[in-house]
Design a protein. Structure first.
Lengths: 315, 500
């Protein structure tokens, strides 16, 4: 098992390397000059030239990459041109926020998506199934930004139940932190719940039609035991994989939702960095996100083995 | 012993232990500031934060006069090459360092010499700064420069603690130490900047806010929703489309003032201009005449902006009244196009892809079509637009200026031959001469003559055509009182109160 994990982590290194080359070259293809973009209204040619030299922007692109890589392997992801802060500091500020938002969104997604999926499968082709489908479909098709603004207007402006913004870090002020995250987590979780519901439903349907379920029912097991213990346990495997992928996506930041609820996570950081051509920040955030994605996939594979004893033999 | 005996005591104790409620003000900004070092920073919102954080040598009054802040009085030498300033005594920086002439010399020199300093061009006319006493400094200039006072009313004149600056060097902006009414507490990028009242501030009796939080919220709808929900006390740059709603809301106050900047269309008239509109001024004149400025401003800014045709708004004392905002004259425009030898003129117009700019250019596109211009709009994000316009890779472009208090700051750096922001690539020695002379003339009447003479030439050459002047619009919770709108768009907090 440990060798398996170690091997998988080793494979991550070339993957990250390829991603970094890809992102680096893509950024350089964009028109626009980072120093000019950040020079603001008073642009002094002398200072612009100095900053270009300082940040090695006059070097050939491959050389810039090699230089960046050399620092990156030593744990230095560079300095943000816009704020003068190390990229690692920025990532350190945003990552906990993004993880918190991702976890809370997944909780909403699970709480809505899985029970709805199970119900829809068990009560297939009944009114309940149709209702679940309609809810799921609307969850998928309502744009996040619209739902977000509507929630703010209803819950913050009219009812005054939750704050519209003003995120607080979880470890400083847990209660307010959760309060400010409820609406954005619901908005994100609601969209994911739809996907989860559809997958749960189809996985449950295929399990429910299996022979051993018929046997279980024939033995006289209660319907509750048949559905939750015998069917769901088996149907859960594809859902685990899907959840890991969804979680990985959430780690990349949710640009629009973060903007609307002013959550200082990865999404906002990377968008601002792209617009101001803050290369080092884009590069650093993409790498962290990619690494998070790889980790989540690995976790899904491990969970697979834990949940499915038959897989253990194959390791 | 009965507990009831102690009850009054307990209650009194609890009441005594409760701190007097601190007044907190939350302000929603449109963007996040860049680094908070006055020598290095560039953003407009950064300047708003400095207004609370860093006092300047001089400040502006709402009618744009230079008024004392850290300098209490000043005088010019007869040849206009020496500015002597008397400094306020008893002022301290947030770290306790005393403010005096040495601090001014250190700060100005830092802005002039720090390699990363973006204040160098603003302080170009300064030869050196000297302490003439503990509370007196002398600015010695290379050549007369009447714009220096206005320069010192902005970032170049912001005083930072020399102790902190020496220690932090280029990283000063991560933990700025100034002498303003509020001192720095913490900052989380793209989330918040928190300041608290500086108890040793020289004018602390007029500061009624204890804690100040700036929150960058780029979306105007969301910013307003936060204000309505009570999560913010004040927002800047309200969208013109929300103006009516805010005015109608009994819980909110609406404040606005026409700003010092302009909305303009640039024509690439430089040597590498190959387009008919870049080469022939008659076409540019026709383009300008075909725009109904009043209507365009009404449609796009819902009556919150004013039509204009010069780098100064019609209300500004520097506006040349002999060249009023032209009415739309389609016949004359058509005649000019014909005279230039064209029937239809193809034009590519580059514009940032934000909805308001796009809307304005779509209005202009349809207006000038009547005069014979086939405008194709090329929408791009701001960084690309900047790059293309800076490099001269465009035909016609749309850009704004946030404005400066001194007229020089709104014209010289755009239209003199070698100016840094000359994106029209315009060069006319006569205009250069007039604008340089205006910079040096101590008498405002003489300056005005120079600007008027330049305006006459520019109206004919038309390297840029101005469309109008936006307003700064703020929306405040009714509880917040004492706020005054300044045309520079800053949020000054002296005298601002918030009721419980």
């Amino acid at each position: 098992m440990y060798t398996y994990i170690a091997k998988r982590l080793l494979v991550a290194i070339p993957t990250l390397l390829i991603i970094s080359i890809f992102v680096f070259s893509l950024q350089k293809l964009l028109p626009g000059d980072p120093v000019l973009a950040m020079a603001g209204e008073e642009r002094d040619p002398e200072v612009i030239e100095y900053l270009r030299e300082k940040y090695r922007l006059n070097d050939p692109v491959p050389l810039q990459y090699v230089h960046w890589l050399g620092n990156a392997v030593q744990g230095d992801l560079g300095i943000s041109l816009r704020t003068n802060l190390p990229v690692l500091t920025l990532v350190g500020q945003k990552l906990p926020v993004t993880i918190q938002l991702a976890i809370m969104s997944m909780i909403f997604a699970f709480a809505i998506g899985i029970p709805m999926g199970i119900l829809a499968a068990v009560k297939k082709n009944t009114a309940l199934d149709y209702i679940a489908n309609v809810v799921a479909l609307s969850g998928l098709s309502i744009p996040n930004f619209w739902l977000g603004i509507m929630l703010i207007l209803l819950i913050s402006v009219n009812l005054g139940w939750l704050p519209a913004s003003g995120y607080r870090p979880f470890f400083e002020d847990p209660l307010n932190s959760i309060k400010t995250m409820l609406m954005p987590a619901f908005v994100l979780g609601n969209a994911l719940a739809a996907t989860l519901m559809r997958h749960t439903r189809s996985a449950m349907l295929s399990v429910l039609s299996a022979d051993y379920i018929r046997t279980a029912r024939a033995k006289g097991l209660s319907e509750r035991s048949v559905v939750l213990e015998h069917s769901f346990r088996n149907a859960v495997l594809p859902i685990v994989t899907l959840s890991a992928l969804l979680f990985g996506e959430l780690l990349a930041g949710a640009v629009l939702t973060e903007q609307i609820f002013t959550i200082p996570g990865f999404g906002k950081l990377i968008v601002d960095a792209v617009f101001t051509r803050d290369y080092a920040v884009v590069q650093g955030v993409v790498l962290c996100t990619a690494f998070g994605f790889i980790l989540m996939n690995l976790l899904a594979d491990i969970l697979y083995v834990v949940l499915n004893p038959r897989m253990r033999a194959s390791l | 012993m009965k507990i009831s005996k102690f009850l009054p005591l307990l209650v009194a104790g609890a009441l005594y232990a409760l701190p007097a409620s601190a007044v907190e003000l939350k302000i929603g900004l449109q963007d996040d500031a860049d680094m908070l070092d006055p020598a290095q920073s560039q953003t407009f919102v950064g300047r708003i934060v400095y207004t609370a954080l860093c006092d300047k040598l001089v400040d502006l009054s709402p009618d744009l006069q230079i008024v004392p802040q850290l300098a209490t009085e000043w005088s010019w030498s007869d040849d206009g090459k020496e500015l002597t300033m008397k400094l306020r005594e008893g002022v301290k920086f947030h770290d306790g360092t005393p403010f005096n002439a040495d601090a001014v010399v250190y700060d100005i020199t830092r802005s002039m010499t720090l390699p990363e300093s973006k204040r160098k061009s603003e302080l170009k006319s300064v030869e050196k700064v000297e302490a003439a006493g503990e509370y007196e400094v002398k600015f010695i200039l290379k050549s007369p420069d009447v714009t220096l006072l206005a320069t010192l009313s902005d970032r170049a004149g912001m005083m930072i603690s020399p102790t902190a600056a020496k220690e932090a060097g280029v990283d000063f902006g991560n933990k700025p130490v100034c002498s303003g009414p509020f001192k720095f507490v913490e900052r989380v990028q793209q989330s918040r900047i928190v300041l608290e009242k500086f108890q040793d501030y020289w004018n602390k009796d007029n500061i009624f806010i204890d804690k100040l939080t700036y929150l960058p919220i780029p979306d105007t709808t969301v910013r307003l929703a936060n204000l309505r929900a009570g999560d913010l006390d004040m927002i800047e740059r309200l969208a013109a489309s929300d103006a009516a709603a805010v005015k109608a809301d009994p819980n909110l106050t609406y404040q606005s003032v026409v700003n010092l900047g302009w909305l303009a269309i640039y024509f690439n008239v430089g040597d590498n201009a190959t387009t008919p509109i870049g080469k022939d001024k008659r076409l540019r004149q026709a383009f300008s005449l075909a725009i109904d400025r009043e209507a365009a401003n009404q449609i796009v800014y819902e009556g919150t902006s004013v039509a204009g045709n010069q780098p100064f708004s019609p209300q500004n004392p520097w506006y040349d009244k002999d060249i009023p905002v032209p009415a739309r004259d389609i016949e004359k425009a058509k005649a000019l196009v014909k005279e230039a030898g064209f029937d239809r003129v193809p034009v590519e117009l580059i514009v940032t892809n934000n909805p308001v700019s796009m809307q304005m250019m779509q209005v202009v596109q349809s207006m000038v079509a009547d005069a014979g211009f086939d405008v194709s709009l090329k929408a791009t994000e701001f960084t690309t637009l900047l790059d293309e316009m800076e490099a001269g890779n465009y035909q016609v472009g749309r850009s704004d200026w946030s404005g400066r208090a001194d007229p020089d700051g709104n014209i010289h750096q755009f239209l003199t031959c070698k100016a840094a922001l000359n994106q029209s690539k315009y060069c006319n020695p006569e205009v250069d001469k007039l604008l340089n002379e205006a910079r040096q003339a101590p008498d405002n009447a003489v300056r005005k003559q120079k600007y008027d003479a330049a305006a006459a030439i520019l109206q004919d050459d038309l390297p840029m055509t101005y469309i109008g002047h936006q307003s700064w619009i703020w929306a405040l919770n009714k509880k917040v009182t004492g706020f005054a709108a300044y045309p520079d768009g800053m949020i000054r907090l002296v005298g601002v109160k918030k009721a419980d």
